[in-house]
Design a protein around this ligand. Structure first.
Ligand code: BTN
Length: 263
């Protein structure tokens, strides 16, 4: 059930900003309705907003998913938000940022549901009992070959609502599996805290990043399964240090896939 004060709690959180992080969501804006929070944050980045600036909306009129899909989210039931990062990394590294965020969402969900049920589907869907609960859309602003800004959009299903027929068998929400009642504000804080930790580790590089990749691999339900990613068919073997999926094709050759959609 959605708490009557749930939107108010988000608005109150935005007024004070997240207090338990160093940068993620310290500056937080809540809006009742917008086109897409990714567009809002991209525009704020253009005006100079800082690493960690976040916009969360009750409703998006043109929320989008990866590959130009529409992101469906009933008003007030879920979390639709975007986090600005200023990673200053090479564009080629951006898939790793999306993976780090997927892992962060999985870690955050562990607080509310049985962690054994939470997995990551490469590259960045987060699932509960193999049904999609969250998706991540990273959009970059490139300057001189580096990612000057990367807008991390997260759509996270929190409360149960009737799904459109097309999603009924493939989507789920936290409430369906939660141990206790929850609020969107506490879920948002948990995700932003987790994002800060995984993004920091990713940017630190070296052993911190490798540990992230190992954890991701241990939670990735794609490994060991047959995949077909934009024409590459075979068995997903492992995730490499840059977050690429290593696939052994039917011809026995191993190929690294850096982005795409698993069918
Ligand atoms: C996907 O799985 O395809 C990614 C979905 C990302 C949706 C979020 S909701 C907040 C942000 N604003 C958008 O328009 N999209 C992202």
């Amino acid at each position: 059930m959605i708490e009557p004060q749930d939107s108010e709690a988000l608005a109150a959180l935005a007024r004070r900003g997240v207090t338990s992080t160093r940068w993620a969501g310290k500056s937080l804006v809540f809006v009742r309705e917008t086109g897409s929070t990714n567009d809002d944050v991209r525009e704020a980045a253009r005006r100079g907003a800082e690493h960690g600036y976040t916009v969360v909306a009750d409703a998006q009129t043109s929320g989008r998913g990866r590959r130009g899909r529409v992101w469906h989210s009933p008003v007030g039931a879920n979390l639709t938000f975007s986090l600005l990062t200023r990673p200053r990394i090479a564009v080629e590294e951006s898939p790793m940022l999306a993976l780090a965020v997927g892992l962060a969402v999985a870690r955050a969900l562990d607080r509310f549901v049985d962690a054994r049920a939470v997995s990551v589907k490469w590259p960045n869907d987060v699932r509960i009992h193999k049904k999609k609960c969250a998706g991540v859309l990273v959009e970059g602003v490139v300057r001189e070959g580096l990612l000057d800004a990367a807008v991390v959009g997260i759509g996270l299903n929190v409360f149960a609502r009737p799904w459109p027929e097309a999603l009924a068998h493939s989507a789920t929400c936290i409430e369906e599996h939660a141990r206790e009642s929850l609020s969107r504000a506490e879920v948002l804080v948990a995700v932003l805290e987790a994002c800060e930790r995984t993004i920091d580790a990713m940017l630190l590089g070296g052993s911190a990043r490798r540990a992230l990749v190992r954890e991701l691999a241990s939670r990735c339900d794609t490994l060991g399964t047959r995949v077909d990613i934009d024409g590459v068919s075979g068995v997903a073997l492992r995730i490499d240090d840059d977050g690429g999926l290593v696939v052994r094709g039917d011809d026995g050759v191993e190929r690294v896939v850096r982005s795409g959609e698993i069918r």
